[in-house]
Design a protein around this ligand. Structure first.
Ligand SMILES: NC(=O)c1ccc[n+]([C@@H]2O[C@H](COP(=O)([O-])OP(=O)(O)OC[C@H]3O[C@@H](n4cnc5c(N)ncnc54)[C@H](OP(=O)(O)O)[C@@H]3O)[C@@H](O)[C@H]2O)c1
Length: 256
């Protein structure tokens, strides 16, 4: 592989949560292709190690660190410590991507267990992980944080109230962290994907196609297209971009 002429993230130490599958896997692969050393993380050891192998097979550098972000407050600081150990230095590029994706449901079907889990994985975990990572990032001279939000957090939807609320919360954390961390040389942004096809949601691709049919691009996005936006927001090319919630949705959010 010869990417050196175009690599935008050489020397960066990245942690991507939820990178054992789907969009997160594409983000981890794209960051590594741009020269970052990447910690792949999630609950699935076999799936995570397969992502690491795929990165190494193309000349990239990656490590797997298992973490269950639904676990109590100890999971985030433990992941921060283990990632820094694997990377041989503090994380300077954090992608908060892991999430509980909730199938379409009525608000009447939300129970306490589901509400607690969705808030734990989609809101509490990124908040605690960012708090655990930030001191090291500041000590390293700064860095970038990119959160994976969602179109569902930008606009109402009759079948995803709880999930949308967690993503709206992540968007809010993004803009507040941008304000708080900019003076410490950390840029914080988010991507807000629309319906996005992954290997894992193959059984929903037809549904995603119909959801996207009336958008300007008239098709769902791909995981690689979301990953390209994350690479851009993480790179020096985005040096003047703080607190953006970048739709990667074929125009879905912008045009009714
Ligand atoms: N696909 C879409 O249409 C779409 C649209 C908008 C936004 N998004 C957002 O994009 C991100 C990725 O979605 P995706 O479609 O790629 O979904 P996915 O394939 O289900 O990936 C979810 C990732 O989160 C990890 N995860 C889930 N629960 C976890 C836990 N308790 N602890 C640690 N990791 C956990 C999973 O890893 P393990 O199973 O190994 O733990 C997996 O790597 C999410 O933030 C989602 O909200 C997706």
């Amino acid at each position: 592989m010869n990417h050196t002429a175009t690599q935008r993230l050489t020397g960066r130490r990245a942690l991507v949560t939820g990178s054992t599958s789907g969009i997160g896997r594409a983000i981890a692969i794209a960051l590594a292709r741009e020269g970052a050393t990447v910690v792949v993380s999630g609950r699935g050891k076999g799936a995570g190690e397969a992502v690491v192998e795929a990165i190494r097979a193309t000349g990239g550098v990656a490590h797997f660190v298992r973490a269950d972000l639904a676990e109590s407050g100890s999971a985030a600081p433990e992941l921060a410590r283990a990632a820094a150990a694997a990377l041989d230095g503090p994380v300077d590029l954090l992608v908060n991507n892991a999430a509980l994706l909730i199938p379409a449901q009525s608000l009447l079907d939300v129970d306490e267990t589901l509400a607690d889990l969705a808030l734990a994985v989609n809101v509490k975990a990124p908040a605690l992980l960012t708090a655990a990572i930030t001191p090291g990032m500041v000590a390293a001279g700064g860095g970038a944080i990119v959160n994976t939000g969602s179109l569902s957090g930008l606009a109402g939807n009759a079948v995803s109230a709880l999930y949308g609320a967690t993503k709206a919360a992540l968007h809010s954390l993004t803009t507040s962290w941008a304000a708080e961390l900019a003076p410490r040389a950390i840029r914080v942004n988010a991507v807000a994907p629309g319906p996005t096809m992954t290997d894992e949601n193959a059984s929903y691709h037809e549904t995603l196609r119909s959801l996207a049919a009336s958008t300007p691009d008239r098709r769902p996005g791909t995981a690689a297209e979301v990953a390209a936006a994350v690479v851009f927001l993480a790179s020096a090319e985005a040096a003047h971009i703080h607190g953006a919630i970048l739709p990667v949705d074929g125009g879905h959010q912008a045009v009714r």
